[in-house]
Design a protein around this ligand. Structure first.
Ligand SMILES: NC(=O)c1ccc[n+]([C@@H]2O[C@H](COP(=O)([O-])OP(=O)(O)OC[C@H]3O[C@@H](n4cnc5c(N)ncnc54)[C@H](OP(=O)(O)O)[C@@H]3O)[C@@H](O)[C@H]2O)c1
Length: 308
């Protein structure tokens, strides 16, 4: 393969670190900062609308975020360019850690111990064996399937839900709207790793919470707009839900006056559940460029009509 240039269209990104990562990943790939004629590949964050007219040969857009709704809603994005979602081992490992941490935190109700320690109280606390804890993952894509497999490995009674049917050893897999309620039925910890589409916007709402076990916990690491925030506050108020961990919120950064910040049962992280590792991401992009140049199908390509 002759040398290929990739435009780095990531505002505030660490160009030097990414350039070094690409140099390491493939001698045939050069990361450049300025649009040049003939550029076929771009690495983007959000959607740099102003750049597309300067890139008439753009063939593949590699999105640094796995959430690609901004690219799909930007009319400036050329329809002729393929959009590839970021799916790389560093991000998957980080997300898996975050989900495991939050599920164990809820499973063991560590927040009760933290509160007890504040009062120097030796709390006698019971909890079930992990195989008696029903945990479900909404979305069995790159991140959800890795999380579900790890939860299974840690002994949890794990279910997963996706649009098309999946088969993950030791995970009860449900598919489509017809099986959604069976998936949700009696879950004690629910994890959301869905993409944001018209079908999934607001999916974490009172109707869904009513199908979980009383006192269930919610973990949302997907997109803030999956959650109906008012429904979460009332479900926590009534005890229908016991707790929530939110890495994503409707408005980001979460405004200082937002009630989530000081809610005793809401744990906030600043949308950093899964950061990308430039080294493994560059290696993945190099692999995809080589496939594309060889006339093979790209992997993790966004289907525009499907919305993810
Ligand atoms: N918090 C963070 O730091 C962070 C970092 C990266 C990504 N994310 C977010 O994580 C989420 C998941 O990313 P990903 O890369 O794993 O996505 P993905 O690979 O595209 O997987 C999406 C999964 O959701 C399923 N799905 C989509 N629409 C559905 C529907 N209407 N009903 C049932 N299942 C549906 C898909 O089903 P099929 O398998 O049948 O297609 C697939 O299993 C995204 O929202 C992304 O923005 C967050």
């Amino acid at each position: 393969m002759t040398e290929r240039r990739i435009l780095f269209a990531v505002r505030d990104g660490d160009f030097a670190a990414w350039k070094a990562a690409f140099r390491q990943a493939s001698p045939q790939l050069a990361l450049v900062k300025q649009p040049e004629s003939g550029i076929r590949y771009a690495l983007v964050w959000r959607s740099p609308s102003e750049l597309y007219p300067t890139l008439p040969d753009l063939a593949v857009i590699f999105s640094l975020g796995a959430g690609i709704e901004r690219l799909l809603h930007d009319p400036a994005v050329p329809r002729t360019a393929a959009i590839v979602k970021m799916a790389e081992p560093g991000m998957t490992a980080s997300m898996t850690q975050y989900i495991l941490w939050q599920v164990i935190r809820h499973h063991r109700r560590f927040w009760e111990l933290e509160a007890a320690q504040e009062e120097a109280h030796w709390l006698d606390q019971d909890y079930p064996a992990p195989w008696n804890r029903k945990v479900g993952v909404l979305g069995l894509g790159t991140l959800g399937s890795a999380a579900a497999a790890t939860l299974r490995d840690f002994g949890f009674a794990t279910r997963g839900w996706s649009r098309s049917r999946k088969a993950i050893d030791g995970v009860a897999c449900f598919a489509g709207d017809a099986e959604r309620d069976a998936f949700l039925d009696g879950l004690e910890i629910l994890v959301c790793l869905l993409p944001l589409t018209p079908q999934t916007t607001g999916i974490l709402n009172a109707d869904l919470f009513a199908r979980l076990a009383p006192g269930a916990a919610l973990v949302n690491a997907a997109r803030g707009a999956h959650l109906n925030e008012a429904d979460l506050l009332s479900a926590l108020g009534s005890g229908r839900l016991a707790a929530a961990a939110l890495d994503v919120t409707g408005v980001e950064p979460l405004p200082a006056e937002h009630p989530f910040w000081h809610h005793p049962r809401i744990f906030i992280t600043p949308h950093n559940a899964a950061d990308i590792d430039p080294a493994t991401a560059a290696a993945e992009i190099a692999r995809q460029v080589a496939r594309f140049e060889a006339g093979q199908q790209l992997e993790h390509e966004v289907e525009r009509d499907r919305g993810y």
